[in-house]
Design a protein around this ligand. Structure first.
Ligand code: ADE
Ligand code: ZN
Length: 333
């Protein structure tokens, strides 16, 4: 992308709604912490982020997150994520965090949330963008584990937490909508928002379950909905937004090329889509890059680009005053 286009896209007022803290480790940081901890890396540093697919990738998250064993390291990661948002001109982000990957912290959810919160607070005090946390279940967890997490979140009522999420590998876990329905109902009743990974490692049936069984306010990925015309119409009619991550889908092998990626077909069919990076450091994505990629591949005009940015803001779980201010700035972009 040429520098003037990158600068314009950086200046586009936008939010990011599908971004994992687990995906924000720099290779050099992993190498440094692994050395300090005496942990062997699976590959040389220059090949560290070469993944064979989603299963390999999720296994790597356990290794990387396992190294973040202290509050200082969590603060550093959270602050670094906020810096990444600012570098892309992102005005707000909903950040997914999945406690199962962070082995050193098991059983200490409150302390973990406090450490991340300290990193995000320090970032905001330095003028970096605000962040809300979406605490995530893993698809392969049990119904009891899901209930336990939701009950902890409800009793803590941590001010940084805005939503319950579920991520992980649906192809491995099989159909788990029914298993998590009760946990998502309880979260919704307690005032948490709900966001669900589906239609990446599952087909349209995963997206149906996300809506019908989990009450999803938003779908993370959701792109394989395109395989079911009735589902596409339902998503468009009900204006259920998709947090789409084109580069992630290419790197992890969901689609072979951007030309074959369905984001434009979904958008043209009236589905609300936003662009996101998923796991930016590990998958080599940036938010400015995602907008540039789609503008180039699909010929998106400035009007279409603004519409996608508008969806990102409206679909976010940001406080109303932040949404209003970003939408106002978008109007004059
Ligand atoms: N966790 C982090 N990135 C993910 C992805 N792309 N799919 C499922 N779970 C994830
Ligand atoms: Zn994701």
């Amino acid at each position: 992308m040429q520098a003037p286009e990158a600068n314009r896209l950086k200046s586009l007022p936008k939010a990011e709604v599908h971004l994992h803290l687990e995906g924000c480790f720099e290779a050099a940081v992993i190498a440094q912490w692994a050395k300090l901890e005496g942990v062997a890396l699976p590959r040389p540093q220059e090949d560290l982020f070469k993944f064979s697919g989603l299963t390999d990738f999720l296994g790597f998250l356990d290794l990387a997150c396992g190294l973040a064993s202290t509050s200082e390291r969590l603060v550093e990661l959270s602050y670094g994520l906020s810096q990444r948002l600012a570098d892309n001109g992102t005005g707000y982000a909903d950040v997914i965090f999945n406690p199962t990957h962070w082995h050193a912290w098991h059983g200490r959810l409150g302390a973990m949330l406090d450490a991340m919160d300290a990193g995000f607070k320090a970032a905001e005090q330095d003028g970096l963008p605000p962040v809300g946390l979406c605490v995530s279940l893993l698809r392969t967890q049990s119904a009891d584990a899901a209930t336990e997490l939701v009950d902890s979140l409800i009793s803590m009522r941590h001010p940084r937490v805005v939503a319950l999420s579920v991520d992980g590998n649906e192809a491995t876990a099989g159909r788990t909508g029914p298993r998590f329905a009760d946990a998502f109902r309880r979260a919704g009743d307690a005032g948490l928002r709900r966001t669900v990974h589906a239609g990446e490692s599952s087909g349209p049936e995963g997206v149906w379950d996300a809506v019908d069984l989990l009450g999803a306010d938003r779908i993370d990925h959701g792109v394989r909905a395109v395989e079911d015309a009735v589902l596409v119409r339902m998503l468009a009619d009900r204006q259920i937004p998709l947090g789409v991550c084109p580069t992630s889908n290419l790197v992890l092998g969901v689609y072979p090329s951007i030309q074959e990626h369905p984001v434009e077909r979904l958008r043209a069919a009236g589905v609300r889509v936003s662009l996101n990076t998923d796991d930016p450091a590990l998958l080599g994505a940036s938010l400015v890059g995602e907008y540039g990629l789609c503008r180039q591949a699909f010929g998106w005009s400035d009007g279409v680009t603004k519409g996608v940015a508008r969806t990102s803001i409206e679909a976010s779980f940001a406080p109303e005053h932040i949404k209003a201010s970003l939408l106002n700035a978008l109007g004059s972009w």
